[in-house]
Ligand binder design. Structure first.
Ligand code: GLA
Length: 387
């Protein structure tokens, strides 16, 4: 776990003076899961945990990277950016897409480290991509908007690590606003901040410690299944360009065209798009009880219809549901591991969390980590007086 001061000190030791420091946050998602790549709406928020980058131009053609957290480093000639393996691909993807789009960047030294748990579903990879593109935009005066940066980060993720992710993670990291989540329309990319100012309840993440990697294949498999389902609806009506135009009733009407699995996937997607609209209304009306009920419904869908949960996450949600003070709970993010997000009565939080955590420990022999969600601002430069 690194602080910005440590990141800067490590940079100085390795490369000398002259670095600027940037911060790129992870994200949570309140609702709208697996619908960003299906033309839906999502309700993410940037958090106060993330990755700090110390970075400076080096007047060469080489980019030098140091990942402090894992004590690994590598260098790349900017004229020879090719796919590699592991975390290298997240940074190489950004260099590749920027240059493919004819943005001119020179060599630089970059050391990064943070306090974002990896594999927990808090989008450490999107934070890395968004932070790097943001820093390079500043260093080389590329003139990119935050939306353009999010789209570049998404393209980089598709091209190099090879995850067919939606836009949610990088968009949330780049556009976060403290005290708010955002209702993001994943087609138009229009968004509205929704204040998360509730004195009665708080959001708590419980990390199952089942580590997930989007690159493992399950995520892309769901993407392919969703696209297959969509193409069937398009044979019925050519005007359909995304699941936004398909209702749950239409899925039922044409279910005979779908496989059992296809039917379940399409049902989940259309229900979740509808549920997210409803959830945004609950937030606007400060109806947290209503919002919490929708969280439980989303989990049911992710478990039974989209099938991206796992027994550990289901157990955590079941335990939460038995506790009167947890008014909403569900798995969060891509799935197959990572965290549950829980909406808990504020002054009952410790007791509720202790209950859930100790039952989990006794069944799985794993001690989950718990994080109380603090929302934060989006990717930004950290000024000297903050260091
Ligand atoms: C991952 C992806 C996102 C989104 C979520 C599921 O975090 O990167 O684009 O699809 O899973 O909602």
């Amino acid at each position: 776990m690194y602080s910005p001061q440590q990141v800067l000190a490590n940079y100085r030791q390795q490369f000398g003076e002259g670095a600027r420091v940037f911060f790129s946050p992870g994200r949570v998602n309140l609702l709208g899961e697996h619908v960003d790549y299906n033309g839906g709406f999502v309700l993410p928020a940037a958090i106060d945990k993330g990755i700090w980058f110390a970075i400076a131009v080096n007047n060469t053609n080489t980019a030098n990277f140091v990942a402090s957290d894992i004590e690994e480093s590598f260098s790349v000639n900017l004229h020879e950016v090719r796919k590699q393996t592991g975390w290298h691909n997240y940074v190489l993807g950004i260099l590749y897409i920027l240059q493919k789009k004819r943005y001119i960047i020179g060599g630089f030294n970059c050391l990064f480290g943070g306090n974002l748990p990896q594999g927990a579903g808090l989008s450490s990879s999107a934070a890395l991509e968004a932070g790097l593109v943001f820093a390079l935009n500043e260093l080389f005066a590329l003139g990119l908007s935050r939306q353009q940066m999010a789209l570049i980060a998404q393209e980089a993720e598709h091209s190099f690590p090879g995850t067919k992710c939606g836009i949610m993670d990088m968009f949330a990291s780049l556009h976060g606003k403290r005290g708010n989540c955002m209702m993001l329309d994943c087609i138009s990319l229009e968004y509205e901040y929704l204040p998360l100012a509730n004195d009665e309840y708080e959001l708590v993440l419980i990390n199952s410690k089942v580590s997930h990697q989007l690159t493992d294949g399950g995520y892309n498999n769901r993407y392919d299944e969703a696209m297959e389902g969509l193409s069937l609806f398009q044979t019925v009506n050519k005007k359909i360009t995304s699941f936004r135009a398909v209702s749950t009733e239409v899925v039922e009407q044409f279910s005979y065209m779908l496989s059992d699995e296809g039917h379940k996937r399409c049902l989940y997607i259309t229900q979740e798009i509808e549920r997210t609209r409803e959830a945004a209304q609950c937030l606007k009306a400060n109806d947290m009880i209503g919002f919490g009920k929708l969280m439980y419904q989303t989990h049911k869908g992710l478990k039974g219809l989209y099938e991206v949960s796992c027994s550990e996450l289901d157990f955590l949600v079941d335990q939460a549901k038995m506790n009167y003070d947890v008014i909403g709970s569900r798995m969060m993010g891509g799935g197959f591991g990572g965290c549950t997000i829980n909406l808990i009565t504020k002054n009952k939080r410790d007791a509720a969390v202790t209950d859930i955590v100790s039952s989990y420990e006794s069944v799985y022999g794993i001690q989950p980590e718990v994080y109380v969600v603090e929302t934060g601002d989006g990717t930004r430069e950290v000024m000297n007086d903050e260091l």
